[in-house]
Design a protein around this ligand. Structure first.
Ligand SMILES: *Cc1c(COP(=O)(O)O)cnc(C)c1O
Length: 389
């Protein structure tokens, strides 16, 4: 029995272990440089959901190296580990229940978005000295204060500011349809945000940081940029508008898996649960040890492909929880050879966008859905196992 803690298990890079997810932090830095070059606003790197599944700390470091000047996450549970990892850039947390530990947030110098009068009251009473961004709903009816509550929120925030209990450093909104550049909701959202800023100023607030745009509007709508843009998907090479910023954003993730077994089957052999696919002729089937529990969308069944020995090969039969079968044709594949499930596409391998298309979802959902059994590696160096499952 090993006495090593899980995160110190040494995995030799040469050993054909299970599926490995490699994260290219240089791509993250390059994506930030590209996006920062398209705006005069500052870049807040949004590293929520573990940096869109790529590793929040690593993505944050790479984004700051590429020119981002602040970080954004949803909850304090996402914010505090960034501080614990030594990241000291301005950091904003925007999605917390009213009874969250705001005092700890202030202690860790985490900025707080304020979406309601109740949150404002909780913050002023439990966490004096907070740095806050008032959050206006600019068209999703989701997070952020409703327009009819906005003036009261601004007045209450100004009153708290006057007595020194908090500082309003920012105002934020979010666009519902920025991935569709011509959508009328974008004008509505921009207009509502501009109105929100006027109301804040009229209440006596002087928020230095004003932010509405995420990746899509950063690429397509300069009128939405204001002082700061919040970039999440774009950090890891996902373009919500679908054209990859003219193909310049670089996917930061490569997922590989070793061939565990191969078998020769006769024509007419049914494969997998439900026998949804039957080999039309004699062929070689390869087994890869990853499935929907690892984040491969089951809905991609019947369409997905992987790259083996430089060629696209179809995934056949249903995608199972833990494994998939690949039709290798007559290729003589050795056990332990690596299949590329997705990557940036340089060698012809599928991309995350391909997997999203095959499963009728977003690239965001694919990258954030990768499971804890997949070994993570950053910049080509394995950094241990997230799980020994
Ligand atoms: C996720 C998120 C972002 C980042 O959006 P992308 O489209 O991924 O760049 C920005 N702002 C808020 C409020 C978010 O929740």
């Amino acid at each position: 029995m090993s006495a090593l803690p899980v995160d110190m298990v040494d995995v030799s890079p040469a050993a054909p272990v299970g599926p490995v997810l490699r994260v290219d932090t240089a791509a993250v830095s390059a994506n930030v440089r590209l996006l920062a070059g398209r705006t005069s606003a500052e870049v807040m790197a949004v590293v929520k959901a573990d940096g869109f599944g790529h590793g929040a700390v690593e993505v944050a470091r790479a984004a700051l190296a590429g020119g981002a000047t602040s970080l954004g996450v949803t909850s304090l549970a996402e914010a505090l580990p960034l501080r614990a990892a030594g990241l000291d850039a301005p950091l904003l947390s925007w999605l917390n229940p009213v009874d969250a530990d705001f005092a700890t947030a202030v202690h860790a110098d985490v900025g707080l978005a304020v979406p309601s009068l109740e949150h404002l009251a909780a913050i002023t009473s439990t966490a004096p000295g907070a740095r806050v961004h008032l959050h206006l709903d600019t068209g999703l009816a989701r997070d952020g204060a409703a327009p009819q509550e906005w003036a009261a929120l601004c007045r209450a925030a100004r009153a708290a500011e006057r007595t020194g209990r908090l500082r309003v450093v920012g105002v934020m909104g979010h666009l519902a349809c920025a991935d569709q550049p011509g959508h009328p909701a974008n004008v509505v959202g921009r207009t509502r945000f501009a109105w929100g800023l006027r109301v804040a100023r009229a209440a006596g607030l002087r928020p230095a940081s004003r932010h509405l745009a995420a990746t899509a509007a950063t690429l397509t709508d300069p009128l939405a940029h204001h002082t700061t843009v919040r970039i999440g998907a774009g950090l890891v090479g996902i373009d919500p508008t679908g054209d990859g910023a003219g193909g310049l954003l670089r996917p930061a993730m490569t997922l590989t898996a070793p061939v565990v077994t191969v078998r020769r089957v006769r024509g007419g052999t049914p494969v997998g649960y439900g026998h949804t696919w039957t080999a039309p002729a004699a062929t070689t089937l390869g087994l890869l040890p990853l499935g929907y529990a690892d984040g491969l969308p089951r809905a991609a069944t019947g369409q997905a492909e992987v790259l083996v020995r430089g060629r696209r090969r179809p995934v056949v039969g249903r995608i199972s929880m833990d494994q998939v079968v690949v039709d290798l044709g007559d290729e003589d594949v050795r056990l332990g050879e690596q299949a590329v499930v997705f990557g940036p596409g340089d060698a012809g391998e599928p991309t995350v966008a391909d997997w999203a298309g095959w499963s009728d979802t977003l690239a965001h959902e694919v990258v954030t859905g990768l499971g804890g059994r997949v070994h993570r590696a950053v910049a080509g160096t394995r950094v241990g196992l997230r799980s020994l499952a």
